[in-house]
Design a protein around this ligand. Structure first.
Ligand SMILES: [Zn+2]
Length: 250
């Protein structure tokens, strides 16, 4: 698995690996903090991405909970940066790849998919053969505590926010539920918003972002976004009975 990028530092070049795969290699020393590549091209939302064939997911870079950059392959000015479970580069922001350590000339430049992948649609078997190789790479790898430690500061910003939120998230307490039920008849959406902010740890997020972050299917999310009263009732009932335990970040 790899990402395509459009802009590459002159200190690196594409080379052919075994099996016709391309990789990016340092051709002169690259010091820590150097921006190595910038990815970018078409931006898709997750509902459009559902219709993109699985094989194209190999180059779909996730930049937000529901946004992906799909780089259009052009052999002249695009380059592959490969995944490794023991990488030497990470993400400076959503689209810039930066050296995490000094990289000597001749070494392949790699990143870890866990730094940017948060979707169940992107998973693959890794053959990096590093001492840290996880074997199967999934959109849940960013949840691993050891990876959160190792890549702190190098996650895509949307994943850094998810990691921070998972530390703040908690079940609703008795008084939270009482407040929710008391306010619900008057203003259903704002009372549920308040409860979801607690359960998801997303203190500053508003209705659409909270609904997008709920671990429920897309149809239910769509209906909640239209503020369908039956679905609002169902959600508030769930929050009351389970105190949000079923929505807590894993
Ligand atoms: Zn690996």
């Amino acid at each position: 698995m790899a990402y395509l990028c459009h802009l590459l530092t002159p200190r690196a070049e594409a080379r052919l690996l075994d099996g016709n795969q391309l990789g990016i290699f340092a051709i002169s020393p690259i010091s820590v903090g150097t921006v190595i590549a910038v990815c970018g091209s078409m931006i898709y939302s997750s509902d459009v991405l559902e219709h993109i064939p699985q094989e194209h997911m190999r180059t779909a870079l996730q930049i937000e909970d529901n946004l992906f950059v799909q780089t259009i392959a052009d052999p002249v000015d695009t380059y592959f940066i490969n995944h490794s479970c023991h990488p030497n580069s990470g993400f400076l922001n959503a689209v810039q790849i930066v050296a995490m350590k000094d990289i000597p000339a001749g070494l392949e430049i790699t990143y870890d998919d866990a730094m940017t992948n948060g979707t169940s649609r992107r998973r693959f078997v890794c053959h990096c053969n590093s001492i840290d190789c996880r074997g199967e790479i999934t959109g849940d790898d960013w949840r691993q505590k050891n990876l959160q430690e190792r890549y702190r500061g190098y996650f895509s910003p949307y994943l850094s926010r998810r990691i921070a939120a998972s530390g703040l998230a908690r079940k609703l307490k008795k008084n939270d539920v009482e407040k929710l039920l008391l306010d619900y008849d008057k203003s259903p959406v704002s009372s549920i918003t308040e409860a979801l902010q607690i359960v998801l740890g997303k203190t500053f997020c508003q209705w659409p972002d909270l609904i997008a972050a709920l671990p429920i299917d897309a149809d239910r999310q769509r209906l909640l976004l239209t503020e369908d009263s039956q679905h609002l009732d169902h959600l508030v009932q769930e929050l009351n009975e389970l105190r949000g335990a079923n929505f807590l970040p894993k």
